[in-house]
Write a protein that binds this ligand. Structure first.
Ligand code: AMP
Ligand code: GLY
Length: 432
C-alpha cells in the first residue's frame, strides 16, 4: 500500500500510565529517527526516561488525546492498556488520520468479552478448554450441575484480572457464579464456565498489521503474590524472557495452531486487527491451549521484553499501524536473557499503602533498567508510591542466573516503606 507518511515516526504518543507504558516510551525513544515520545498520563518516572515528555491527560479522555495528537503532530500512537482500546480510542484517532498501534473496539473484544473470544477460538479451531457460556445465574448453575465437577468460572467483561476463579470444588464454583451475578463486576453479568486444564503457563505476543504477524520471544509471568507461587493472584510480580518452555519449534507451533487461525478468524469477521495479540497459553500434555487472549502487551512482560528488542521497533509498530508489515525492517531480537522483578506496595493485591517516598540509588545502564509503575511526583518533585505495583527492575545478561543477580542487586538500590517483592522470580530457570 503506497503511503505518504514516513517509514520512521519522529513523534510518538504512548497512552497509559503503568510500567508497561514507561517501558514502551523508553524503548521507542531510543529508536533512531524518533525525536520525541509523549506519554499520557505517564507516572512519576516518565520524565526520567530520556527522550520522553509527559502529558497530564487521562487514558479515558479521548477528546484531549486527539487534541494532543494534533498539537504535537503525532506520527504514531501506541495504546498500552485494554480499557481505552475497548472504549474505541484507536477507532477515534484512526478516523482522524492518526496511525494507531492497538486494535479498534471490535478487535479488543478478544480481551473484553470472554464469550466472544471463546466463540472465535471455536470457529477458528484454536485449541482451548471446553466451555459453557451463560447469561443468567440459573443457566450457569444448570451447566455446573450437569458437569458436576469443579469448573473454572470467568466473568465475561474486563475485570482487571480479578474475574477468574479456578475452583477446587463444585461448591466453590457455585459461589463464584453467585458472586458474578450479584453484580461484583458491574453491568449486565454474563460468564463462561471452562474445563480446567493443567500445565505451565507462558505468554506469547504477536505484533499484527491486520494480515501478518511478527512474534516476540515468549515470556513467563509470576501471577501469585507469594514465593513458591502461593497466595492471591496479582497483575504480575515478575517475569523473564525468553521462556525456555517454548523453544523456536514450539513458538512456530503456536504461530500455526493459535495465532494465524485467530488472525484469519478476525479477518473473516471483517476486523482489521492492528496491534498486539497476547496469547496466554497453558502447555498441556496434549499441546498448547489458550487460557485467554489480551489485546495489549502484558505487564510486566512488556518491561521484560522491551530491552531485548532492536532499534527497528518504532518502524515495525508504525508498519503494523499502517497495515504494511511486509515493508518494515526485520525486528532484531537480542539473544540474551531478560529478568524483571516487581517492587509492590505493602498490602498488594489487597488494600495498599500509598504516598510513601521512594529512594533510589539505582544507576540504569545498558543492561539494567528501572521502570516506574504506580508512582507520582508531588509538587516539590518527590517521587511517591501511588499504586499496587510500584517499580519494575529489569536486567539482561547472557544467562538467567546473571540477569536475575543484576535485577536483584538493582532492587537493593531502591527502597520505600512497606516494599514487597518475591525473591524467587525466575526459580524455573535459575540454578541458585
Ligand atoms: P486470567 O485472569 O484470565 O489471566 O486467569 C487467571 C489465571 O487463572 C490464569 O493465569 C490461569 O492460571 C488460571 N486459569 C484460567 N483458565 C484456566 C483453565 N481453563 N484451567 C486452569 N487454570 C485456568
Ligand atoms: N501479566 C499479565 C497481564 O498483563 O495480563
Amino acid at each position: 500500500m503506497p503511503s505518504a507518511s514516513p517509514a520512521l515516526p519522529a513523534r510518538i504518543l504512548v497512552v497509559g500510565g503503568g510500567g508497561r507504558e514507561n517501558a514502551l516510551g523508553w524503548a521507542l525513544a531510543r529508536c533512531p529517527g524518533v525525536e520525541q515520545v509523549w506519554v499520557a498520563p505517564g507516572n512519576g518516572g516518565t520524565l526520567e526516561l530520556s527522550g520522553c515528555s509527559q502529558l497530564a491527560i487521562a487514558e479515558s479522555d479521548h477528546a484531549a488525546l486527539l487534541n494532543a495528537c494534533r498539537e504535537h503532530r503525532i506520527e504514531l500512537v501506541v495504546v498500552g492498556p485494554e480499557a481505552p482500546l475497548a472504549a474505541g480510542l484507536a477507532d477515534r484517532l484512526r478516523a482522524e488520520g492518526f496511525p494507531v498501534f492497538g486494535p479498534g473496539a471490535d478487535g479488543a473484544q478478544l480481551e473484553a468479552s470472554k464469550q466472544w473470544a471463546k466463540a472465535l477460538m471455536q470457529e477458528a479451531g484454536v485449541p482451548t478448554a471446553g466451555y459453557w457460556p451463560a447469561s443468567s445465574e440459573a443457566e450457569a448453575l444448570a451447566a455446573l450441575e450437569a458437569q458436576n465437577k469443579p469448573l473454572v468460572v470467568k466473568a465475561d467483561g474486563l475485570a482487571a484480572g480479578k474475574g477468574v476463579t479456578v475452583a477446587e470444588t463444585v461448591d466453590e464454583a457455585r459461589e463464584a457464579i453467585r458472586e458474578i451475578f450479584a453484580g461484583r463486576f458491574g453491568g449486565e453479568a454474563s460468564l463462561v464456565l471452562e474445563e480446567r486444564t493443567f500445565g505451565p503457563e507462558v505468554s506469547v505476543f504477536a505484533l499484527s498489521d491486520g494480515q501478518r504477524l511478527v512474534l516476540l520471544p515468549p515470556a513467563q509471568d509470576h501471577k501469585r503474590i507469594g514465593e513458591g507461587d502461593t497466595g492471591p493472584n496479582t497483575g504480575g510480580m515478575g517475569a523473564y524472557a525468553p521462556a525456555p518452555l517454548l523453544d523456536a519449534a514450539g513458538l512456530e507451533q503456536v504461530r500455526h495452531l493459535v495465532l494465524e487461525p485467530t488472525l484469519n478468524a478476525l479477518r473473516a469477521r471483517g476486523i482489521d486487527y492492528r496491534g498486539v495479540i497476547y496469547a496466554g497459553l497453558m502447555l498441556t500434555e496434549s499441546g498448547p491451549s489458550v487460557i485467554e487472549f489480551n489485546c495489549r502487551f502484558g505487564d510486566p512482560e512488556c518491561e521484560t521484553l522491551m530491552p531485548l528488542l532492536g532499534p527497528e521497533l518504532a518502524a515495525v509498530l508504525l508498519a503494523c499501524a499502517e497495515g504494511r508489515l511486509d515493508q518494515a525492517p526485520a525486528l532484531t531480537i537480542n539473544p540474551g536473557s531478560s529478568a524483571c522483578v516487581i517492587a509492590a506496595a505493602q498490602g498488594y493485591p489487597g488494600e495498599i499503602r500509598k504516598g510513601d517516598a521512594i529512594n533510589s540509588q539505582l544507576e540504569p545502564s545498558d543492561t539494567l533498567q528501572l521502570f516506574h509503575a504506580g508512582t507520582r511526583r508531588d509538587e516539590g518533585g518527590t517521587c511517591l508510591t501511588n499504586g499496587g505495583r510500584v517499580l519494575a527492575v529489569v536486567a539482561q545478561a547472557d544467562n538467567f542466573d546473571t540477569a536475575f543477580e543484576r535485577a536483584y542487586a538493582g532492587l537493593e538500590q531502591v527502597s520505600f516503606e512497606g516494599i514487597t517483592f518475591r525473591r524467587d522470580i525466575g526459580h524455573q530457570v535459575r540454578s541458585r
